[in-house]
Write a protein that binds this ligand. Structure first.
Ligand code: ATP
Ligand code: MG
Length: 269
């Protein structure tokens, strides 16, 4: 498991919520460290994680579980023919259900969670009522609503969560993360420049959504393989990771060149 760099306050907040049996919404931009923090905190508390990656086609049957159709045809709806989904597994084991990008899930699937979060109970047709064992907790993530095309969570669902917000970390901590995650042993200078460049994407007026520390890892690794060529590495790593305000008016190559050329200066300042 990757050791967590920094994040003392967020770790403490998340630990407190999970220990108190409170459900938590971890909010922060792509790549800010939501999954890494949740996994590290759960491991630290000795809690098992049942992980779900939300998307627009995720179904209630996937989340809750389903009866095995051939077995139902053969012998009918029997408890032993029920294949538990991650929600039922987490409830029955008193574990942590980790739902990535909860707000991308269809509203109907989100609504399944309402009674579960409140009362720790879930009614499954043909099976009966499932009661959550003590310790059952939901940790869900969402990217800030201004970045996503999908809807925000309903008021009713939000009312059942505590919020722990993650913002980008400082340059020094991001550099430690890059060193930790890089595969090609980049030099400290290259790491500092890659971090500075990626941080610059978050403040450039031409960019709607800047890049995360993942981009800095990629740039540092690729540049190392390209004999230290930061500009080329950034041209390869950034296009998939930033969103432009006006793609028609901003040639990507020029923008990346600009940012990359400024990066070593930014790294010193
Ligand atoms: N504080 C940190 N300490 C150590 N590693 C970190 C930290 N923050 C981020 N990382 C690393 O950065 C990468 C991205 O983090 P992670 O996957 O947790 O982000 P995320 O917010 O869950 O992203 P997404 O929105 O895409 O799901 C991972 O490789 C992770 O290990
Ligand atoms: Mg994640």
């Amino acid at each position: 498991m990757t050791p967590i760099v920094g994040r003392a306050a967020e770790t403490e907040a998340l630990e407190a919520c999970i220990a108190a049996g409170r459900h938590v919404l971890l909010e922060g931009p792509v790549g800010v460290g939501k999954t890494a923090l949740a996994r590290a905190v759960c491991a630290g508390l000795g809690r098992t994680i049942h992980r779900v990656d939300g998307d627009g086609r995720y179904s209630e049957a996937k989340l809750v579980g389903h009866f095995d159709p051939p077995a139902v045809l053969a012998v009918g709806y029997r408890p032993e023919n029920f294949i538990a989904g991650p929600l039922v597994e987490a409830m029955q084991s008193g574990g942590v259900l980790f739902i990535n990008e909860l707000n991308r899930m269809p509203e109907g699937v989100q609504n399944v969670l309402l009674p579960t979060l409140d009362e720790g109970r879930l009614t499954v047709p043909h099976l009966g009522v499932i009661l959550a064992k003590p310790g059952f907790t939901l940790v869900a993530t969402q990217n800030p609503t201004e970045f996503v095309a999908t809807g925000a969570l309903s008021e009713a669902l939000l009312d059942r969560f505590e919020l722990v917000r993650l913002d980008y970390q400082g340059a020094d901590e991001e550099a430690v993360i890059v060193l930790q995650d890089a595969r090609c042993s980049p030099t400290a200078e290259l790491v500092a420049a890659a971090v500075a460049l990626v941080r610059a994407t978050r403040h450039d007026p031409r960019i709607r959504r800047g890049a995360s520390v993942r981009a800095a890892v990629a740039i540092a690794d690729i540049a190392t393989r390209l004999g230290g060529d930061l500009v080329r590495a950034a041209q390869i790593a950034l296009p998939t990771r930033i969103e432009l305000v006006d793609p028609g008016a901003t040639p990507l190559a020029g923008l990346v060149d600009d940012l990359a050329k400024k990066a070593p200066v930014a790294a010193r300042g």
